[in-house]
Design a protein around this ligand. Sequence first.
Ligand SMILES: [Zn+2]
Length: 591
Amino acid sequence: MSQHILTAVAWPYANGPRHIGHVSGFGVPSDIFSRYQRMVGNKVLMVSGTDEHGTPIQVQADKEGLTARQLADRYNRVIAEDLQALGLSYDLFTRTTTDNHYAVVQEVFKGLHANGYVFPKTTMGAISPSTGRTLPDRYIEGTCPICGYDGARGDQCDNCGNQLDPIQLINPVSRINGEKPVFVETEHFMLDLPAFAEVLGTWLQSKQGDWRPNVLKFALNLLGDLQPRAITRDLDWGVPIPLDGWSDQANKRLYVWFDAVIGYLSASIEWARRSGDPDAWRQWWQNPDARGYYFMGKDNIVFHAEIWPALLLGYNGQGARNGTPGALGALDLPSEVVSSEFLTMEGRKFSSSRQVVIYVRDFLARYDADALRYYIAVAGPENQDTDFTWSEFLNRNNGELVAAWGNLVNRSISMAAKNFGAIPEAGDLTDADRAMLERSRAAFPRVGAELGRSRFKNATNEAFDVIREANKYLAEQEPWKIKDDPERVKSILHVALQVVDDAKTLLTPILPSSSNKIYEMLGGTGVWSGMPEIREVEENGRPYPIITGSYDGQARWEHTPIRPGVPLAPPTRLFTKLDPKIVDEELARLG
Ligand SMILES: [Zn+2]
């Protein structure tokens, strides 16, 4: 039965270009999952966008001499283009600075407020004595009261990792002009997280055996210490607070984390509007049979396994204070939070400032998208922190993509093209032929089960076992040595081409571009697996790109018999063999 599957992909932050560590955490895994779900016939809605509010955007804009909005415009475009080039099949990739997003965020706030899950509280906030303007937490620096580190920021200490309030800092100074801030009373809204402790606990316990154990353990641990959390702050870059007496205060905005997680919902609503059926989003959000999968790096577990479910429960009126659903109606909680661990680069943490980094754009300027997707699928940080090395990238590309898979495709098709000019008919099959065909067909349920549970390493290895088996089969049958029995050569090549066709289907979620090429080589017509496109849209006179696409291709998760007689041309190149000297060249680029 066809199911509605929401693929909710973490929102990349628009303060700079994204590197391969980012896309290995949220981007490629969510796309492999979505492509597989579409192939088995499910109705997928894959949404995300750039996260564009908050102090880091403001800080980076100041550095580059731009307004926050100009900076967000710049990196929204860079990030959208990069994710599209990587082949990520978003139904909608939008941004958090749209009118629709503002309206949905404000609606969720109003629902929480009406049910009593947000409340105002007076706290101490910093202002600059020379300008009278409020100083955001991150603009204040001082000595950490916990570990004594003298470069702690007002929101957290990077040395000991503790969350801080600026007023706790010893000798606080403004990072803008070095003056000492003054602390004055300021009023903010708090989210009453303790009111969700019990219902969150029950909900998380029901996920035992279903979620990745690292994610569930982390989320359950957080439950022990739920505190009210500020959801507004003194900053002029963000979504205004939709209440009388608050909405017109230029320096009070909803916190960036609060607005960003609501993006999954606002993007679904925007997608529905663009699709021509404004209520279509409800099939993924208000449907007991729908499933919602959230993809992110592990630094975001707290927002997806704790805070976002709490916001939904509060909006639905399902916390300790009860209540009634807001105007949108009750909304579904995540079915699964799929979190990746961290990727490091040649043994070090990614760092743009220290140039321990390769941005997606630079990677794709030198290497194929499928080569990066393959590396992330087979060697990414799926369930433990993982190191990216250029030598491993080279070895996997040359040894697995080029020598094992590319070679199988190339020699099967070129031999059949040269000898017969078309896909040959099989004659009498030997036991070895039948065993090979059976091995290939049997991979569909096995690889599919792994993909459906986001176990991409196992899936890739299972698919490659078929490829290795087929290379062995060809080496044993040696069709190139048979001179006097063309019927036997036809049977062997028929079996080989059938396995190539099966394997390209098995690898379509991971390697969509090369699978599309193989589909065409074997005589397929129409689109096999749809690729994303950039579309220019406009709002309030601001043009910007969205990623969208039509993904109803021919690709189905099943063995399809190849058709004898289909003309074959010599194959085109699928993967690029890399010169080993790229390892030294890339290492020399690192700081
Ligand atoms: Zn500290």
